[in-house]
Design a protein around this ligand. Structure first.
Ligand SMILES: Nc1ncnc2c1ncn2[C@@H]1O[C@H](COP(=O)(O)OP(=O)(O)OP(=O)(O)O)[C@@H](O)[C@H]1O
Ligand SMILES: [Mg+2]
Length: 465
């Protein structure tokens, strides 16, 4: 779809050309008949003035070819009573004497002439004027009329371009406001500055946005309420299952394994759904607070030590720096938790997960690197979609963890990148904190948790609330 400005110009330019052609044609015919009328009159008066009989042949002012052809000077020829040409103001013009009185158009060689013949008792007088001169006169007049219209084309293009600039600028502002919208922040487009032709469209879009806002809010409320309502029966079922297991003989407990796994899957799904719904709820927007990244990472790692131990995974932590970041603490914690949870659950037992806090080209960076299977490169752009899971794996999950992580990162302006290791041996999840300020630089000796036991490491750190 081409721009309005271009479309206007495309329409206007041919209109100017047509206007110029019409103006030139009308001028050509109207001015032509006017020129013929006046010049014919002059031709007749000129012949008349030489036809007055005074006995002697009048002396004629000799003419040049230039004056006759270019200036339209009238040539006079006079014949005597015996039809002998006695004088001519331009003898080079060999026009025959016309026997009938009046106007005629004659051709001599390749030039055409308008001729008036006047018979008097003792002579014949003919006055003639070049028809090329007349045509040239009319043509140049037509061009003079068309020229200003043609000249209007570039001027109107410039006027149109700059004249429409404020209107297109306002449209740009509206489209920028539209581009900034997402499902979490649907605000009205600025209709007050819209050109009157576009205003109804902007108002209609605003009504649609309001309906969408309500629909999203209703959907969020529904998910949140449903997940919340599901939590109590699931907890009750888990307790009943525990009781049932306690009362069953040892050999038969195996039969409940599937039920237990299903329940824990459902519990996880409900928890993640609730987290996602809470995160997206506008009421959740707590103001950002200053967070020490080193402390937050240590406490998160402490939370995951039991899982790392259970899966025999070597969970390490190294910090080159400490940094303060302004973010929503719950959301930042949930971002780190989801990345750690993935690294620990998708890496096979005996694997290694390294968490580092360092500075990369001036930007504070936290990396969670594992040596698990990684993610097929073609699926990397989709893994942050809700409910997206990679088929074939044995690890269970709801497919919401990375969607929650991406949301949390976006809301706190943290860059989140997932990439496979260059040698293909695992995944690296990077968090870029562009706005973080480095608060200490402990020097080259990193804090390494790998050598510490899970218990020692957990004891060093505060458990989260
Ligand atoms: N570190 C990782 N190594 C390999 N695959 C991963 C890793 N992290 C994520 N994935 C893949 O990306 C998919 C999406 O992850 P996501 O965290 O969104 O969901 P999930 O782990 O399946 O469920 P949950 O909501 O319980 O976290 C996973 O199913 C998994 O296949
Ligand atoms: Mg996950």
């Amino acid at each position: 779809m081409s721009s309005l400005r271009k479309q206007l110009m495309v329409w206007l330019m041919p209109m100017y050309v047509v206007a110029a052609i019409v103006a030139a044609t009308i001028t050509y015919y109207m001015y032509g008949s006017m020129v013929s009328f006046f010049m014919d009159n002059q031709l007749r008066l000129f012949a008349d003035s030489h036809a007055v009989s005074s006995g002697s042949v009048p002396a004629l002012r000799p003419l040049t070819a230039y004056n006759v052809v270019k200036k339209g000077d009238m040539v006079v020829q006079i014949w005597d009573r015996s039809h002998r040409l006695v004088t001519s103001s331009w003898p080079e013009l060999a026009l025959d004497r016309q026997s009938t009185q009046g106007f005629s158009d004659l051709t001599v060689g390749d030039s055409r002439w308008r001729v008036y013949t006047m018979h008097s008792p003792d002579r014949t007088v003919q006055s003639a004027q070049s028809l090329e001169f007349r045509r040239h006169l009319v043509k140049s007049q037509a061009v003079q009329v068309a020229l200003p219209v043609i000249l209007m084309i570039p001027f109107s293009a410039i006027f149109l371009w700059f004249g429409m600039r404020p209107a297109t600028r306002r449209l740009e502002l509206i489209s920028q406001a539209a581009a900034r919208q997402d499902e979490h922040r649907l605000s009205e487009l600025p209709a007050e500055h819209a050109p009157s032709e576009i205003r109804p469209l902007v108002l209609a879009v605003n009504t649609l946005l309001a309906r969408l806002r309500n629909a999203f809010a209703a959907q969020r409320r529904f998910v949140q309420d449903a997940a919340h309502e599901l939590r109590t029966p699931i907890t009750a079922m888990s307790l009943q299952l525990e009781n049932l297991k306690a009362r069953m003989p040892d050999g038969e407990r195996e039969q409940l394994k599937q039920l237990e796994a299903g329940l824990s899957r459902t519990k996880r799904l409900v928890e993640q759904l609730l987290r996602l719904a809470r995160q997206e709820s506008p009421r959740q927007a707590d103001p950002p607070v200053a967070i020490q990244l080193d402390a937050l990472l240590k406490s998160s790692l402490a939370d995951f030590m039991p899982l790392a131990d259970k899966r025999s995974i070597d969970l390490g932590y190294a910090a080159d720096i400490d940094a303060t970041v302004h973010a929503n603490e719950d959301e930042l914690r949930s971002l780190v938790h989801n990345l750690l949870d993935n690294a620990l659950r998708y890496t096979p037992p005996g694997g290694i997960v390294d968490v580092t806090l360092h500075r990369d080209t001036g930007v504070v960076m936290v990396e969670v690197a594992d040596n698990g299977p990684g993610i097929p490169p073609e699926l990397l752009p989709r893994v942050c979609d809700r409910f997206f899971r990679i088929e074939g794996g044995e690890t269970e999950g709801s497919g919401l963890g990375l969607a929650i992580a991406r949301n949390a990162a976006d809301r706190n302006r943290i860059g989140l990148e997932l990439s496979n290791r260059v040698d293909g041996s695992g995944l690296i999840a990077r968090m870029r904190f562009e706005a973080a300020s480095v608060t200490s630089q402990p020097g080259p000796k990193p804090v390494v948790a790998r050598e510490e036991t899970a218990a020692e490491f957990a004891a060093e750190t505060q458990p989260p609330n």
